[in-house]
Design a protein around this ligand. Structure first.
Ligand SMILES: [Mn+2]
Length: 346
């Protein structure tokens, strides 16, 4: 056995082996009982820079009918307080997802062997009216959830989590929440407005959408208006894990505690890309230094395996501030990792 044999191989090097032809990787035997699910278009069928501009170059369909999970975009930035641009997030995340391959080499997950997944496009928000847009989002997600599909949302500013949670709670009842973010997003109002990207979880609590004793906020940091800024949630039963408590450590033990606390309750995962340090993810509107690493982000999402996830979002990617595309690339990878931990996979 040659360790690292693949690392030394080149197209011109002689191949080692028995000389017998290998079966084609994609060939399923006729007696194979596994159903054929949608597959991402592979790089050997179409160059990675071509093909459909869908998430992972998956098939697109109009509704979530027949799907176990769906990628859906919400191209919105009209709830943003600082730098805009997240209206372009879903497009850029889809573009940067084109390199994603179907098999998770680290965890062994093979979501496209077990789940029917498609990209169902974008929600047609009204970009001139945030309140109307929230109602459009809730109605769209009620329709998605009526098919039993689990939505994986490409944002979009963080306002969207509130109208999505309205639909989720209407179907599942109040849910547990894992909220990864630099900010608590529990403001009473912003500039006098109750609906904005800094208020979604305050509105969600007021609407009875959350099980407050099963809400976990991870990565909070930065400057505030008052020392108690992160206490509104704590006072209602949230567990707040500030960024400083995450520095220099693995978050796997934290996630084990969170899984134990949530148990089998339905849970929603809301991942704000600004939870990551701007060294990794500068392409977002409200940057705070001292954030999570990409490794910790993977530990958080992979640590959701075993939970009864009923929906996930990845928000606040702002392509105008992401000239390298790496913020959107990380977002695409994290959405794939969310898919890998959804229920229904061994
Ligand atoms: Mn946020």
């Amino acid at each position: 056995m040659f360790p690292f044999r693949g690392a030394y191989s080149s197209p011109t090097a002689p191949r080692l082996g028995s000389g017998r032809p290998c079966p084609k990787r994609d060939a399923r035997m006729p007696q194979d009982p596994r159903p054929r699910y949608n597959q991402p278009l592979g790089g050997n069928e179409m160059p990675r820079f071509g093909g459909p501009a869908t998430m992972m170059r998956l098939p697109q369909q109009e509704s979530a009918s027949g799907l176990d999970a769906c990628f859906v975009g919400i191209p919105m930035d009209i709830g943003t307080s600082n730098r805009p641009g997240t209206r372009l997030g879903p497009r850029q995340i889809r573009d940067e997802s084109r390199m994603l391959r179907p098999y998770n080499m680290a965890t062994g997950a093979a979501p496209f062997d077990h789940l029917q997944v498609a990209d169902i496009g974008d929600v047609a928000i009204n970009t001139f009216d945030l309140k109307k847009s929230c109602d459009i989002i809730t109605a769209s997600y009620a329709e998605i959830l009526s098919h039993g599909a689990i939505p994986l949302t490409l944002g979009g500013d963080h306002t969207l989590s509130w109208p999505v949670l309205r639909a989720v709670a209407a179907r599942h009842g109040p849910v547990a929440l894992i909220h990864v973010d630099a900010h608590a997003d529990t403001n009473a109002e912003m500039f006098g407005e109750e609906i904005a990207h800094g208020t979604p979880f305050r509105r969600a609590v007021e609407d009875g959408l959350l099980r407050c004793d099963k809400v976990f906020q991870i990565g909070l940091r930065g400057t505030g208006y008052a020392p108690e800024d992160f206490d509104w949630g704590r006072d209602r039963g949230f567990t707040v894990i500030p960024a400083e408590a995450c520095w220099h450590k693995s978050l796997a033990p934290v996630m084990a505690d969170i899984r134990a606390a949530i148990g089998d309750a339905p849970v929603y995962l809301s991942f704000d890309i600004d939870s990551l340090d701007p060294a990794f993810a500068p392409g977002t509107g409200t940057v705070e230094m001292g954030g999570l690493t990409t490794i910790q982000a993977l530990e958080i999402v992979r640590g959701c395996k075993g939970l009864n996830l009923v929906g996930c979002d990845l928000v606040e990617v702002s392509p105008p501030y992401d000239p390298s595309g790496s913020t959107a690339m990380i977002a695409a990878n994290l959405l794939y990792e969310m898919l890998c931990v959804l229920p229904g996979q061994p």
